[in-house]
Design a protein around this ligand. Structure first.
Ligand SMILES: Cc1cc2nc3c(=O)[nH]c(=O)nc-3n(C[C@H](O)[C@H](O)[C@H](O)COP(=O)(O)O)c2cc1C
Length: 125
């Protein structure tokens, strides 16, 4: 069992907006795995957040007061996290557009100096 002092806060990014896609399922699997080890986990699901394609990331706003509240909110979660897990299916031999769009809304500095992991999956065909 993990000691109380070493409990970590993870953010799990899932990367599909497909109806009946597998992303949320894989995200829940990763969440349970980390929770079994007594870490705290929040899953960020682009389908629920509904940010759409990244057009203007947070760090592109010249006036910070115009940044949508949802971007500020997620950015604070990213900055507060101890580590990240990116749950990504392969889409045309690359990361899925939904993953890339979600994560691309935030500056590199928000993610910096924390460990990250990638969990990939496929349809198994
Ligand atoms: C547009 C698209 C492109 C894909 N490209 C690949 C690919 O290059 N290689 C691969 O192994 N699987 C590929 N797949 C299969 C996906 O990895 C598989 O369907 C996976 O379940 C998709 O994740 P999701 O269900 O969470 O959306 C692709 C699927 C889609 C819809």
């Amino acid at each position: 069992m993990t000691a109380q002092g070493s409990q970590l806060r993870f953010l799990v990014f899932v990367g599909s907006v497909r109806r009946n896609g597998m992303a949320a399922r894989v995200g829940r699997f990763v969440q349970k795995l980390l929770e079994t080890r007594h870490h705290s986990v929040e899953v960020l699901d682009p389908k629920e957040l509904n940010l759409g394609e990244v057009i203007q990331p947070l760090h592109f706003y010249s006036n910070p007061r115009q940044v949508p509240a949802i971007l500020h909110h997620i950015n604070e979660k990213i900055k507060a996290a101890d580590g990240f897990v990116v749950v990504a299916a392969e889409y045309n031999s690359a990361i899925s557009p939904a993953s890339s769009s979600l994560m691309g809304n935030f500056p590199q500095s928000s993610y910096a100096y924390r460990p990250s992991a990638i969990v990939t999956y496929s349809a198994g065909e």
